[in-house]
Design a protein around this ligand. Structure first.
Ligand SMILES: Nc1ncnc2c1ncn2[C@@H]1O[C@H](COP(=O)(O)OP(=O)(O)OP(=O)(O)O)[C@@H](O)[C@H]1O
Ligand SMILES: [Mg+2]
Length: 223
């Protein structure tokens, strides 16, 4: 029932002098327990699609719905907080929180007691290969790949049904990429979450249950 559906969505970025049609009549039904990979050239609309699925904005035409409700009709802040976890292309960690606090943040906002939240965060950070010493630091003192893995640890803590990731392995070496793929896979298979990953990495796509190919704002292939 908790399907995430894009129904004939079009999205137009409206500028002062020109508009860009970034998505064109895109339709797809994403279901829980599956790991999806989205491939496509730069500018093909992948990040735009994720931002609509995440409820950051609503489509210009068509409908994005979760559990039968259009994102146009719900409190989108609440939707994002309760159901969606996003791993962004540029990490989006909180600069003023330590690495551990970043990874514990979804638990803090759900009123999990601090000690318990911190223990879960530490365990998730270890899973993605962050050391105890690094956990005490602030994100900007870490490398791009390390920050990316912290963002993944934060998503692990969230418990959200929908995990959206934009190039989550873009800054990782082979070993960390394999580990992250394993984690994303398990979030779908073992936890029954709906995992949607934008990637250029064919090794990541190889592991996905379904691969969607986008071109010029359209869904052009799936397997
Ligand atoms: N804020 C914006 N204002 C206007 N046009 C935008 C904006 N953001 C993206 N676009 C345009 O929308 C189209 C789709 O962009 P999008 O970011 O979704 O592509 P993408 O597939 O994620 O690319 P990449 O692989 O480079 O991240 C592009 O033509 C892009 O130039
Ligand atoms: Mg993008």
């Amino acid at each position: 029932m908790n399907d995430l559906i894009a129904d004939n969505i079009t999205y137009i970025y409206k500028g002062k002098y020109q508009s860009v049609k970034a998505l064109k009549e895109f339709s797809f039904r994403f279901i829980p327990g599956k790991f999806y990979a989205i491939l496509g050239a730069s500018g093909s609309g992948k990040t735009t699609l994720l931002s609509l699925l995440a409820g950051l904005d609503v489509p210009t035409e068509g409908i994005v719905s979760f559990d039968g409700l259009s994102t146009k009709d719900i409190d989108r802040d609440e939707y994002r907080m309760e159901h969606v976890s996003v791993i962004y292309q540029n990490y989006n960690l909180f600069a003023h929180l330590t690495v551990m606090e970043n990874a514990a943040y979804p638990l803090y906002i759900h009123n999990v007691p601090k000690k318990e939240a911190d223990a879960i965060a530490v365990s998730n950070l270890k899973k993605v290969g962050i050391t105890e010493e690094q956990m005490k630091r602030f994100p900007k003192t870490l490398s791009g790949g390390e920050q990316q893995r912290i963002a993944i640890a934060r998503a692990l803590a969230s418990g959200s049904e929908i995990i959206l990731a934009d190039e989550p392995t873009g800054n990782l070496d082979t070993k960390n990429t394999e580990n992250v793929i394993k984690i994303l896979h398990s979030l779908a298979k073992d936890d029954g979450r709906c995992v949607i990953v934008v990637t250029h990495d064919l090794d990541v796509a190889q592991e996905a249950d379904v691969v969607l190919k986008m071109s010029d704002g359209k869904l052009v292939d799936q397997r």
